[in-house]
Design a protein around this ligand. Sequence first.
Ligand code: GLU
Length: 330
Amino acid sequence: MIPTDPQPVPQEAATGPLPQWDRVEELVHEAYQRYHGHAEGTVADYIPVLGRADPGLFGLVVTDVAGGNHAVGDAEVLFSIQSISKLFVYALALERHGHARLRDVVGVNNTGLPFNSVMALELNAGHPMNPMVNAGAIATTALLGDGDPFASWAALDAGLAAFAGRTLSLDEEVYSSEAESNERNLALGKLLTNYGRLEGDSDALVDVYTRQCALAVTAQDIALMGATLADGGVNPVTGLRVVSEEVARDALSVAAAAGMYERSGEWLFEIGLPAKSGVAGGIVAVAPGKGAVGAFSPPLDSAGNSVRSQLAIAFLSRAMGLNLFASSVR
Ligand code: GLU
């Protein structure tokens, strides 16, 4: 279950722009105050080094499509991007290969199974179905370099930097820890190869995927990366176009269907925004044409979604009128 707020606020309609600057500032601070003491959730430990994260960390940022910024708490603390990278690497692959190729090769549906499921691949003759879980993300990373791991890395390193407006560095400790305990992802790579769904050296491509997940970001970075998708693919701070409007739209529709692991349907029902979550505790949620919320707090629920981040984004979606499906009569 998505965590429930003991004191939910009324849902504002999404019709029209974001509230005034001062009001957004006030709501971001209110969200922090409401949830920073919330103690539910457990820090991920299947990647050994992640288990050492401070469970008290909590950062929250709203970045709007004009580049306006509202940050509170641990907004500048670095954490590994993990699965949040899947959304942005998917956008880069869409930009390179187009809507139809990505739909056919990787798929756009939710598997309804955990992010590292082998069964999801086996049930679908090796078709990944979903670019937001590991098998589909490994296939997407491979496509970005046409099967050449060096080309994939160069493209995603440059592309994620363009989304974030700065070069991202690799968290070597997270990378080594995951690389040493990566049997499952290596197995997914081999299965994709076995089904003829992956071109290139699967171990080397899984290594690129592992590095991609170990890039270090802050809540501030993921908010700006999300705001770039909210702004039709143009980074609102640097002014540079990163992907086309069509790609931003397609990437967000997949995030809406599958960004929150096997809770994606419930998330869309309760919060009404495309979002992507990662096991280090980050979540980015995007309100197209308005802006994005970047949240970070390590304790996770059983699906792998940060508990405080979900509560804060749910609050902001209601109070700021972000839910895509909440219209009112003009
Ligand atoms: N690097 C992690 C893995 O592949 C990402 C998991 C996640 O954030 O969902 O297992």
